[in-house]
Design a protein around this ligand. Structure first.
Ligand code: UDP
Length: 327
């Protein structure tokens, strides 16, 4: 069975990926600095005989080189993520998201590893199209607005990965995640679903930014990691970019209403201007809907869980966490 390195393996998506790889019989090395990732995320598998956890940063070159040694596949998920964190720490974002990716790609050329590069729908920026396909133009905002540093840093990662594929035949596949949600996601970095669920379970109000007409598609992390593994193992993956996410659009107002319906119908919604939430130079993306045909054609499936089922799973998890914390 292959030996996989998962950078960011203690993170929200990373920890689900690690569990799935272990369950499939793989040997797994995790490299994580536990900044946005948390050791509790790997609690269920912490003592697993096929898991090695290295605590440290991907910006530590000797450590990264050591972590790659002896592996067959690299899942590169470590990054500075979350709109709020990124807007507040632009230097950290650029340093974490670009230089280590370049080093990892170079190491994989030398070591012959297959490579999954986690990217993001932020790469499309504020493209006004109804539905985004992988070959669409990117429409980032001005460099004076820190939000775009994240999408731009990941776009550079993508350019690097594709260049290494062309020049060295590196077997790299790129996945652009669209609003992945599920158990273990925390709201500290701005993510809307855990924030709404927390707010609802605390009696509200739910804080909807702007008028709530902005649109997103949410995908359950279990379906996303299934897609990630299937793409990485597919012979049709290398050298290509794939949208990974749900394709059922929902407005943030509808999302808030759905959370309220499923938790506590007496909770109210409060509308807040963006400037109050993120500061004055913030720009939101009004609509973000992926076309996932390429993913479905390549692996034969796509994330399809309904929003209701996704929310129920997250609410159940949050209630468990809250009752553990209270007991
Ligand atoms: N949002 C909100 N309330 C919150 C957090 C986010 O209304 O407490 C909105 C945010 O402005 C955006 C959407 O929800 O339009 C999704 O935000 P998130 O940060 O989860 O992800 P994004 O899609 O912006 O990367």
């Amino acid at each position: 069975m292959p030996h996989c390195l998962v950078t960011g393996g203690a993170g929200f998506i990373g920890s689900h990926l690690v569990e799935r790889l272990l369950a499939a019989g793989h040997q797994v090395t995790v490299l994580d600095n536990l900044s946005t990732g948390r050791s509790e995320n790997l609690q269920a598998v912490a003592d697993h005989e096929r898991l090695r956890i290295i605590s440290g940063s991907i910006t530590d070159q000797p450590l990264l080189t050591d972590a790659v040694r002896g592996t067959d596949v690299i899942y590169h998920l470590a990054a500075a993520v979350g709109v709020k964190l990124v807007a507040e720490n632009p230097v950290h974002t650029i340093e974490t998201n670009i230089y280590p990716t370049e080093l990892l790609l170079r190491l994989a050329v030398q070591g012959g590893q297959r490579f999954f590069l986690a990217s993001t729908s932020e790469v499309y920026g504020k493209n006004a199209k109804e539905v985004w396909t992988e070959e669409d133009d990117i429409h980032l905002g001005p460099t004076s607005r820190p939000r775009w540093a994240y999408g731009c840093s990941k776009a550079i990662d993508e350019f690097l990965a594709l260049a290494y594929h062309r020049k060295y035949d590196l077997q790299v596949v790129i996945g652009r995640f669209f609003n992945v949600v599920g158990p273990r996601q925390v709201g500290n970095y701005g993510m809307v679903v855990p924030r709404f669920v927390d707010q609802a379970l605390s009696g509200g109000p739910l804080q909807v930014y702007d008028d709530g007409s902005q649109v997103r598609c949410f995908a359950h992390v279990s379906e996303v990691v299934d897609s990630v593994i299937a793409l990485t193992e597919s012979p049709a993956g290398p050298g290509r970019i794939f949208n990974i996410g749900g394709d059922q659009p929902v407005s943030i107002r509808e999302l808030a209403e759905e959370v309220i319906r499923r938790t506590d119908p007496s909770v109210s919604i409060r509308y807040l201007p963006y400037s109050q939430a993120y500061g004055d130079d913030f720009e939101d993306v009004r609509r973000r809907v992926p076309c996932v045909d390429r993913l479905a054609e390549t692996i034969g499936r796509k994330p399809g869980m309904t929003l209701g089922a996704i929310l129920d799973d997250i609410i159940r998890w949050k209630q468990e966490v809250r009752s553990r914390a209270g007991s």
